[in-house]
Design a protein around this ligand. Structure first.
Ligand SMILES: Cc1ncc(C[n+]2csc(CCOP(=O)(O)OP(=O)(O)O)c2C)c(N)n1
Length: 392
């Protein structure tokens, strides 16, 4: 792909957009061809590339054939370009990929793979706390991941100085973060014309999948106690190679439920819930079975971006190319043996169930715990199991 090829590709799509043939939100690149051609010289065909809403050049330079990419764009997938065979992943949610990229890099390092992860980041995404969590984690554990800030000094329209004041000057990212600068050819979205106001065809709107059933089977009474069932389920998962992710999972034992799990399968993380979820999601792309542990429901709220905007929708937005069989193990706080306080004792299972399409099980007895985790272990996609601290 030459510079001329890249420019010609976007011009062709832009013309269709201006002509009303493309009734979808699109973001063109332009102006960064030389820089990207240089960067992609270091990116190997089977490396992972995590891209953004502005992904056409990344996709083309990572080997997605122009006609395939054009077909995706014309079908309304310009923000959702995925290619499992080429390890190409994009997101229309700013900063949603950073933790997932870190998770893939963790998995590659653990497997001793030679592949690397390259995660493109806008200077707007650089404003997000998600970026800080992921970059610091990659740097701290020396993971094979490079973040590349594509600095066009623009978050939609606002410059860095207009939105951050002077703070960024003097702020240094670690060496896993590179940056290049460019002046964009096109406006933030579209081409700057109003040609699209007269669409020649209708957009195909994505229909969300049905929500999955969260009811557990009726079970005969069984003497197994709640906590014993939790521990047993964790051991079964561990035997199958699961990785338990979160804080207090290694230098603690998740309320005792992970006591018997080998240390090597317990990944202590920073106190960064969105990162925890993203790490699990990334690892799942490399064949690991992650169990992400949240010690209270309130703390899941910090990870809701990852859970709602990517984990829950990944199969739909990637047209079935990517699957993330992540188990969320969450504990709903209790008022006994002492009251941990109003912001530590909510049970948000119902609310979360309304946000997501995957099952959210709430076992109330030992046998139900076994059943919930048995279903979770079989699942091809995400599952949440909400344990009741009061029943431990
Ligand atoms: C979490 C989130 N917030 C806001 C948006 C809306 N949005 C889409 S692109 C964009 C600008 C992002 O700027 P930057 O990361 O610098 O990328 P650029 O568009 O300049 O390539 C915004 C605010 C979004 N998609 N996701």
């Amino acid at each position: 792909m030459t510079k001329a090829d890249l420019i010609a590709f976007e011009r062709r799509i832009a013309a269709k957009y201006d002509d009303g043939e493309l009734p979808y939100l699109v973001h063109f690149c332009g102006g960064n061809e030389d820089q990207l051609i240089e960067i992609f010289k270091d990116i190997k065909p089977d490396d992972y590339v995590f891209s953004t809403h502005r992904n056409a050049y990344h996709a083309l330079l990572h080997g997605i054939p122009p006609d395939e990419l054009e077909a995706k764009i014309m079908a309304g997938r310009s923000m959702f370009v995925f290619d499992r065979a080429r390890n190409f992943f994009s997101s229309s949610i700013v900063a949603a990929t950073h933790a997932i990229a870190a998770g893939v890099a963790w998995a590659l390092k653990r497997r001793g793979s030679k592949k690397r992860v390259w995660c493109f980041v806008g200077d707007g995404a650089e404003d997000e706390g998600h970026f800080y969590e992921a970059a610091r984690y990659v740097d701290g554990w020396d993971l094979p991941c490079t973040f590349i800030i594509e600095d066009n000094d623009r978050n939609v329209n606002a410059t860095k100085r207009e939105r951050r004041g002077d703070t960024e000057y003097g702020f240094l990212w670690p060496s896993c973060v590179d940056r290049y600068w460019y002046k964009p050819t096109y406006p933030h979205g579209g081409t700057g014309t109003l040609g699209w106001l007269q669409f020649k065809r209708e957009a195909q709107v994505v229909i969300p999948p049905d929500r999955q059933d969260s009811t557990l089977p009726e079970l005969l009474p069984d003497p197994i106690k709640y906590m014993d069932a939790v521990k047993y389920s964790m051991e079964m998962l561990a035997r199958e190679g699961a990785i338990f992710i979160g804080y207090n999972v290694r230098y603690g034992s998740a309320y005792g439920s992970l006591k018997n799990i080998p240390e090597d399968q317990r990944l202590e993380t920073p106190l960064a819930e969105n990162l925890m979820a993203g790490l699990g999601m990334g690892m799942s792309l490399e064949g690991f079975r992650p169990v992400v542990f949240f010690e209270r429901h309130e703390f899941i709220m910090n990870a809701m971006d990852a859970i709602v905007n990517t984990l829950d929708v990944i199969e739909t937005i990637s047209d079935g190319e990517f699957h993330m069989p992540v188990i969320i193990k969450a504990v709903a706080g209790s008022v006994k043996p002492f009251y941990a306080g109003y912001t530590h004792t909510h049970n948000y299972a119902d609310e979360i169930r309304r946000f997501v399409h995957f099952p959210v099980y709430e076992p109330q007895t030992g046998p139900e715990v076994l059943a919930a985790y048995a279903l979770a272990r079989e699942a091809k996609g995400p599952v949440m199991v909400s344990e009741m601290k009061a029943l431990y």
